[in-house]
Design a protein around this ligand. Sequence first.
Ligand code: SF4
Ligand code: SF4
Length: 423
Amino acid sequence: MPDVKNWQLGREMAYPYEARFPERQFAFVFNINRCLACQSCTMACKSTWTFSKGQEHMWWANVETKPYGGYPKFWDMKILQMLQQADPDGQIWDGKISEDRAAPYGRFQGKTLFEAAETTLEPESARVLGYLPTDEEWNSPNIYEDNPVGPKGERDKLHQTGTELPIHNTWFFYLARICNHCSYPACLAACPRKAIYKRPEDGIVLLDQEQCRGYRKCVEACPYKKSMYRGNTRVSEKCIGCYPRVEGTDPETNGEPMETRCMAACIGQIRMQGLVKVNQGDGSWVEDRQNPLYYMVHVAQIALPLYAQLGTQPNGYYIPPRWVPRPYLEQMFGPGVERAIERYIHPDRELLAVLQLFRRSNRIIYRYEIEEGEAVYEGTYRGRPLTLYNDTVIAFGANGKEIFRTTVEEPLHVRPAEHANSI
Ligand code: SF4
Ligand code: SF4
């Protein structure tokens, strides 16, 4: 296999094809700390793309409860276990996190899905380590996941601890997921029909159903299980990144790129989507200081890739939940977790302003600017002195025009007395 550069792993890795990079890459940041599992995103996607006969089990966007839940069931535990078996005790990071964009999370020493396949599988199929979930595993997304489980995993008995933040014995969080439109897609690598391709303009990964013959190699290979088989058409389907919206063909935005349905529907305001510029040499992100995604991933470093060690260079980034035990989070998001949480719970002035950009508009933000405001609060927070400024953050779109502006202090609207009980 050719070697390609994977900046999330801080090293080169084997991949079945030579590297090719899009001009811009579809990417997103989800702030897990804010997700309430309302499933508005899930239903927005379902009601747009997968409401037809044969698609009943398909949830391109889903929200699962960790650590017990998963769609399909156990997807991440299963793939991590397979990697562990392929490379016993070798799945470690060297842990030297840095500000360096070429290796911000240190260097991953273990084997990726592509590398493990080379040593584990028979040569003719040695492309990606994976598995096909059973029908039962696809069956019931989010069923019984929120039920508390008592000591030693006993059902129907409540745990007696769990009152202190940030770390306590009883914990869970909601993990919202869509296709990561990976830079090195496992689905694409595994397809014997070459039916899966990555769009050069935005990096969205699409599956050509005319080419597909339903071998389900993509379903087997995608570690995130975001490629799915449809029985009544006998071909596979996957998230299309709402590409007509991203292309700006929705009349609402007059040709401006618009965020996907799942992003736009988010009640918890946890989601931000972007199109980041990519270096053609090595697939890293072009320095773009005022792009909010670039800022959160590479400057503030509060948003981390999901299971980067699998090797697909996923383009979904998560602000990790601050109350969860670190070893679990580090398995999921890598060695940058502690740094990310520390910066998130003690945001500096710029980060606090950027965090206000989430979900004020359904248009894709290309750039932000901050206008400094007055100090509005002075005090201490978690033992540290804190001054809050009511800065204004301004978002600009693809055409360079302002999309919206908002302030750090939430505007307060007082309803007039004569309308006290009406809208
Ligand atoms: S998440 Fe899965 S389906 Fe999506 S691009 Fe990556 S490997 Fe392919
Ligand atoms: S819409 Fe937002 S808050 Fe609601 S479940 Fe989805 S990601 Fe979470």
